[in-house]
Design a protein around this ligand. Structure first.
Ligand SMILES: [Zn+2]
Length: 364
């Protein structure tokens, strides 16, 4: 316990130093990016990534467009990235290889039309995140639906509701939503800060994306009822599915995203649930068990649920860590997903793959 305290203080110290570094550092990085953009407009043809060929050639296979409804954007600050590693949620930062061009190119090579991207706001990096969203929007208009995500890890790094409100007021129509909201800090889903965010969502006509814990069903229902004009997108895999699909029967403003559960990028089976795989472990597992992963995710486990709400279920990937942006990994995520979608009823494949997202996020 004592040791934990020391570690926490060291982290806080690092973060404080980081705040100073950030103010100067992120400015410089931003300038660098602006220069690249203005001197050498990156055109579509410059994307040299080729579509990774299918490894397993299973049928049926969905070949249409996709909209990824769940992507954690790399963070604007390398300090926040370093601290996030020690918190067990390693968020990569933008750098020379993980660039906005690379991300856009990667999406294009996979047939992903658009992406819902979450920008993690911390006390030390909210300005950098907002300016990153602006830059991406300018460079790739309409490609990313930008979401503002609170840091619900501890109150030391989390921003206040005013930061959200300011970002929304100063950048009209830039942001499409708020989230992902996941209360790692054990607060309730109806605590005053979050209620303020839902209020902002109502005011600015935004979508709210929440990852509830399974004991939060009553709070989820309370929010759905109280903010009936706000559309809420939930996820959380098997553990939450029954709760959310149950609530969807009574609340037309509830939507469901099925993402990481299709591909097990955060682990598989009970014994592996707390032991998150790295790139090599995941690739090895999927390559050895491709049919098993597909059977486990599609089959009767999801098909019936998805098909009972054909207009309110959306596909995503829930990528977050650095290796989730690796071309081989992403190629396999894409292949499994397309096989998964191919197994759904023909009438709802496109809806799940992109049309529902298009409608919900008002994308063109
Ligand atoms: Zn997520």
């Amino acid at each position: 316990m004592k040791r934990f305290g020391v570690v926490l203080w060291v982290l806080i110290f690092i973060a404080l130093i980081g705040g100073v570094v950030l103010v100067t550092g992120s400015w410089n990085r931003d300038q660098g990016l602006a220069q690249i953009v203005s001197t050498k407009q990156v055109k579509k043809e410059n994307c040299e990534l080729v579509v990774k060929s299918r490894e397993f050639n299973r049928e049926p296979y969905y070949n249409g467009p996709l909209i990824d409804d769940h992507l954690h954007m790399p963070v604007s600050s390398s300090v926040v990235s370093s601290v996030s590693v020690t918190m067990g949620l390693p968020s990569p930062s933008w750098d020379k290889t993980l660039t906005t061009d690379y991300l856009n190119c990667l999406s294009e090579s996979l047939g992903t039309k658009q992406t819902i991207g979450f920008y993690l706001l911390t006390k030390f990096s909210s300005a950098g995140e907002v300016s990153m969203a602006k830059k991406i929007e300018k460079k790739y208009p309409g490609k990313i639906a930008h979401f503002l995500m609170p840091s619900l890890f501890n109150s030391f790094i989390n921003v206040d509701a005013k930061t959200f409100s300011d970002a929304l007021e100063k950048n009209p129509n830039l942001f499409k939503g708020i989230g992902e909201i996941k209360t790692f800090d054990n607060r309730e889903l109806d605590d005053p800060f979050l209620m303020e965010l839902y209020g902002l969502a109502e005011k600015h006509k935004l979508i709210v994306m929440i990852h509830p814990f399974h004991h939060q069903k009553a709070k989820v229902e309370k929010i759905l009822k109280q903010y009936s004009k706000v559309n809420f997108l939930f996820h959380g895999g098997e553990e939450n599915a029954n709760i959310i699909f149950e609530l969807m029967k009574s609340y037309p403003n509830a939507y469901y995203s099925l993402d990481a559960d299709i591909t097990s990028i955060y682990g598989w089976e009970r014994q592996n649930n707390d032991n998150q795989p790295n790139r090599e472990q995941w690739l090895a597992y999927v390559r050895k068990n491709f049919d098993g992963v597909l059977d486990q995710s599609s089959a009767e486990r999801w098909k019936r649920r998805l098909e009972s709400f054909p207009d309110r279920v959306l596909w995503g990937t829930d990528r977050w860590y650095r290796w989730h942006f690796d071309t081989e990994v992403v190629g396999l995520i894409n292949e499994i997903s397309r096989n998964f979608i191919g197994r759904l009823d023909l009438t709802m494949q496109e809806k799940f793959a992109y049309k529902n997202a298009q409608k919900l996020f008002n994308l063109r």
